[in-house]
Design a protein around this ligand. Structure first.
Ligand code: ME8
Length: 524
């Protein structure tokens, strides 16, 4: 069986409710997954949860629950969000699942046997909040630690370490020889800059079970549990391993399992992550995989962070965006559209409610919605909803946009792809204004011209459904249904001009994006 296109998101911490950042990352991944499937590529999209660690243990304790009961409740909320977003993930990993824990333990055993791990005493600073050790290099100019780290205490502790620093030069060479490994390029330069200006320390991969027991026990030393990042990063390979993926080195397959070869995933084609976890993914993870003798993922796609009204979102200031509330009020596609259209993959973004409303009104209601509604309504009114003889006046415009969109999607340029699609919407709306079918309809001598115009408009609507499928699947399906077409517009080849046949009867037009009154009007 051929290898599938395998993409992943970061796995979310469960110590709080799902937020805009989590929802955004899932939408990015889902658009890419749908785009690949639409091109006929078998695709496997994995997302899930990072459930171990001190913060989760504390959050559970604060609610008087066992960590597992707490995680189970949170998992329902996160899985619910993925479903509401229309995510087509093929699996949902939870790091507390036996299938994951078993593979992580196997990886630990192998690395230990092969001499990649050693035990040593650490003496220094520790931030419980960030579950991380700090050194003097982490101090600010005035000698204090950033409040981000919370209370920093001195600690003497024996732990297991992974030999990270032996691989520093190898990683620098790898990043230089594989310029597309980290995207966007400025993030790759950031990693290279970090590696060239710092000496890597070996990575502490355990915490004493006496201090933290909500983690995966070391198979060779039950006094320790696995450090959350070592546990979490391995989800990307533990799920393929647990399913018998032949791409995973056999040593990491669960005991007694022989590869069936039926699901070939590893190496991952794309890890989608936010900027704050770049170092874990582009330094620790590749080195860990190298030590494991596993092939590296092909690409790490790094997105920026959302702010709200120009400020960091935080529960304490109350300036958070609740993705579910937005979806309840505006529909899932309005949410998917805004986050992808507003924020290119790379820089930080700023959510404003006014900006959201403006895009909804201009681009969705007046742009796409109006085009589809008036095109199909005129076809209904003037031709009884029957598609006239094919004509190809707008074919060159459509073909240009189809090819641009496909190139942009291939390079994960999602925002630019939406801009390209909208250029076709604008072109078609202008075409309505220029050709004025409502005037043509009054003149019997213009009947043929009206047929041409109506065909071009209906066909552009059909093609838009296919192009929009990865981004706005609900809307794309509605357009198809209103056109009276069976099935889903979920295959890129359907976008070829001329799909609507003369004599086909369309369905019933209905507004795709109902116009909403502005808050000022609502108060009147
Ligand atoms: O970091 N805007 O989990 P997490 C955009 N468990 N993206 C954001 C964001 C924001 N305001 N806030 C967070 C973790 N994210 C680890 C990952 S992966 C092996 C382990 C993104 O719940 C963040 O950058 O803190 C990350 O990619 C994802 O949400 C999960 O963050």
């Amino acid at each position: 069986m051929s290898k599938r296109f395998y993409l992943t998101t970061a796995i979310d911490y469960v110590n709080g409710k799902p937020h805009l950042g989590h929802a955004y990352e899932k939408v990015v991944a889902d658009v890419i997954a749908r785009a690949h499937r639409s091109l006929g590529q078998e695709t496997f999209f994995l997302t899930g949860l990072d459930e171990h660690g001190q913060k989760v243990q504390q959050a559970a304790l604060a609610e008087g629950k066992t960590p597992q009961a707490y995680c189970d409740e949170m998992a329902a909320a996160f899985e619910g969000l993925a479903a509401r977003l229309g995510c087509t993930n093929n699996d949902f990993v939870r790091t507390t699942q036996p299938r994951h824990k078993q593979v992580v333990q196997q990886i630990l055993s192998e690395l230990y046997t092969q001499g990649h791990l050693y035990k040593a005493i650490y003496e220094g600073f520790y931030s419980a909040k960030e579950e991380t050790f700090l050194t003097d290099k982490d101090r600010r100019a005035d000698g204090t630690f950033d409040p981000f780290y919370g209370e920093v205490v001195r600690l003497q502790e024996e732990n297991y370490y992974f030999k990270l620093k032996d691989h520093q030069q190898w990683l620098i060479d790898y990043l230089e020889q594989n310029p597309s490994f980290v995207y966007p390029e400025f993030r790759r330069n950031e990693v290279l800059g970090f590696l060239k200006n710092n000496i890597l320390e070996d990575l502490c991969i355990t915490r004493p079970a006496a201090r933290l027991n909500w983690g995966i026990p070391l198979p060779f030393d039950p006094d320790y549990v696995t450090y959350v990042w070592f546990d979490a990063l391995n989800n990307y390979i533990s799920i393929p391993a647990a399913q018998g993926d032949p791409g995973v080195p056999p040593a990491f397959a669960p005991k007694g399992m022989t590869s069936t070869g039926s699901l070939s995933l590893w190496p991952a084609d794309l890890h989608i992550i936010g900027k704050d976890i770049l170092k874990f993914h582009s330094v620790y993870w590749p080195i860990l995989l190298k030590a494991m003798g596993a092939p590296l993922p092909k690409k790490i796609l790094v997105h920026g962070w959302w702010q709200k009204d120009g400020q960091k979102m935080s529960k304490s200031t109350g300036n958070v965006v609740d993705p579910l509330a937005v979806i309840d009020e505006w529909g899932v596609d309005a949410f998917r559209f805004y986050v992808i259209r507003e924020l290119d993959i790379g820089p930080d973004g700023n959510w404003t409610d006014a900006g959201f409303r403006a895009r909804y009104s201009a681009e969705l209601a007046n742009g796409l919605g109006n085009l589809v509604n008036r095109s199909l309504s005129m076809l209904k009114r003037y031709r009884n909803g029957i598609i006239p003889r094919p004509s190809n006046e707008l074919a060159p415009d459509a073909e240009r946009v189809i090819s641009e969109t496909s190139d942009l999607l291939e390079n994960n340029r999602l925002q630019a792809a939406l801009q390209a699609i909208w250029s076709l919407i604008t072109r078609a709306n202008q075409y309505v204004d220029h050709t004025a079918p409502f005037k043509l309809a009054k003149d019997q001598a213009q009947a043929e011209r009206l047929d041409e115009v109506l065909y071009n408009l209906a066909e552009v609507c059909r093609i838009l459904a296919v192009l929009l499928w990865p981004f706005l699947p609900e809307t794309a399906s509605k357009i198809y249904a209103q056109l009276g077409l069976a099935g889903l517009p979920d295959k890129a080849h359907l976008s070829r001009w001329g799909g609507l046949a003369a004599g086909h009867a369309i369905g019933t037009p209905a507004p795709l994006f109902p116009r909403k009154e502005s808050p000022a009007e609502e108060r009147k």
